[in-house]
Design a protein around this ligand. Structure first.
Ligand code: DP6
Length: 355
């Protein structure tokens, strides 16, 4: 193959590789980047984060080498990527080429299996699936723990939260790569997403966190308290203490949003219905249902609870004015790989969103 730098065990030369990666939700939030200048240092976090990978919400990506092509081609649900999406994806693929010393362009086909209105960003699952599929073509083997760690590091270059989506269950991310902290069955958990408001697309998390870091007087406080919150959540998880874990999640959420709301001009993601859902969560707690809420860079509220309560939680959230949809999910597994799987898609479905 043209452009190959010698033989590497495990290169996939003439076949597609398929990777499936889960969406994840952060309980302890990544919000802010450490300063960096090298491309491989992109999206190093200013704060540690803790997430849960989710079941049934994922991205599927096929990759193969395209040695005769001039550059990488990527189609998302049948459409080319937007310029900014493409820039991030190519930075990730460049990193794979650099670490594996393979020079060939890639052909990529990708599909998000995340309901369009879910309010769950698919950039994390998308960049993780991209790293895994293209990385496996280039000889990185996700079944080898150190290669999987390297794929986490490479996925991070596309999007910080993607570093966590190469693993299933409970995942921590500090520094260059994420690492698994507990398997998906460690703690019985259900996640009920209350989808609210489909108005104007919110400011993306990347721009918003950079703007917060530049202009919010509360950003320094956010960074300063983050390690303590992270350690508290890890201890709660280890002790299987739902109440303590939910409390740590809510503190991280309010503090992240407070730092963003104090930016100039403010970044304000909540809508009236978001606040109505948060009031209902407080009411459910007062009624003895153990649950906690979190929001990311959008108005949707994700409610964590015991699976035995998920039906009651869903029912109560459905009655909140402004809630348009409810999605029930829970802990999911990590990467799934298949070598030699032909893309089952590639047509023209332009309903896909990347983030
Ligand atoms: C609020 O990973 O989307 O969801 O690294 O700039 O691509 P970039 O940002 P991204 O930020 C996610 C922010 C968050 C919290 C979290 O997932 O930890």
């Amino acid at each position: 193959m043209a452009g190959m730098a010698g033989e590497r065990v495990g290169l996939v030369l003439d076949a597609w590789v398929k990777a499936r990666a889960p969406v994840n939700i952060a309980l302890i939030k990544y919000w802010g980047k450490a300063p960096s200048s090298l491309p491989e240092d992109a999206n190093l976090p200013a704060v540690p984060s803790l997430s849960l990978s989710l079941a049934g919400l994922f991205t599927e990506t096929w990759a193969r080498f395209a040695p005769d092509a001039e550059r990488d081609t990527i189609r998302l649900g049948g459409r080319p990527l937007l310029p900014e999406e493409m820039r991030r994806a190519v930075a990730l693929l460049d990193r794979i080429r650099a670490v594996t010393e393979v020079a060939s362009p890639f052909e990529i086909i990708t599909v998000n299996h995340v309901p369009t209105a879910a309010g769950l960003a698919s950039s994390a699952s998308g960049m993780a699936a991209l790293a895994a599929a293209a990385g496996r073509c280039a000889g990185l083997d996700p079944s080898v723990p150190d290669d999987l760690g390297l794929l986490s590091e490479i996925a991070r270059i596309g999007s910080g939260s993607a570093s966590r989506s190469v693993y299933g269950g409970w995942v921590a991310w500090e520094g260059r790569r994420a690492h698994p902290v507990a398997p998906r069955d460690h703690l019985p958990i259900a996640v009920v997403v209350a989808v609210v408001g489909r108005g104007r697309k919110a400011v993306g998390s990347r721009d918003a966190m950079n703007h917060t870091a530049r202009t919010s007087p509360y950003y320094a406080g956010w960074v300063q308290q983050a390690h303590e919150g992270f350690a508290d959540a890890l201890a709660a998880l280890a002790a299987r203490d739902h109440a303590r874990l939910f409390a740590a999640m809510e503190r991280s959420t309010w503090r992240m949003h407070a730092s963003a709301m104090a930016a100039d001009p403010p970044v304000f993601y909540w809508q009236p219905a978001s606040v109505a859902v948060l009031r209902e969560v407080a009411a459910m707690r007062a009624d003895g249902i153990l649950c906690g809420a979190t929001l990311d860079a959008g108005p949707h509220v994700k409610v964590f609870c015991d699976p035995r309560d998920s039906e009651a939680v869903s029912r109560r959230l459905t009655t909140v004015p402004g809630v348009e949809d409810i999605i029930e999910t829970g802990p999911g597994s990590g990467l799934e790989m298949q070598v030699g799987d032909e893309p089952s898609v590639g047509g023209n479905d332009d309903s896909q969103e990347s983030a």
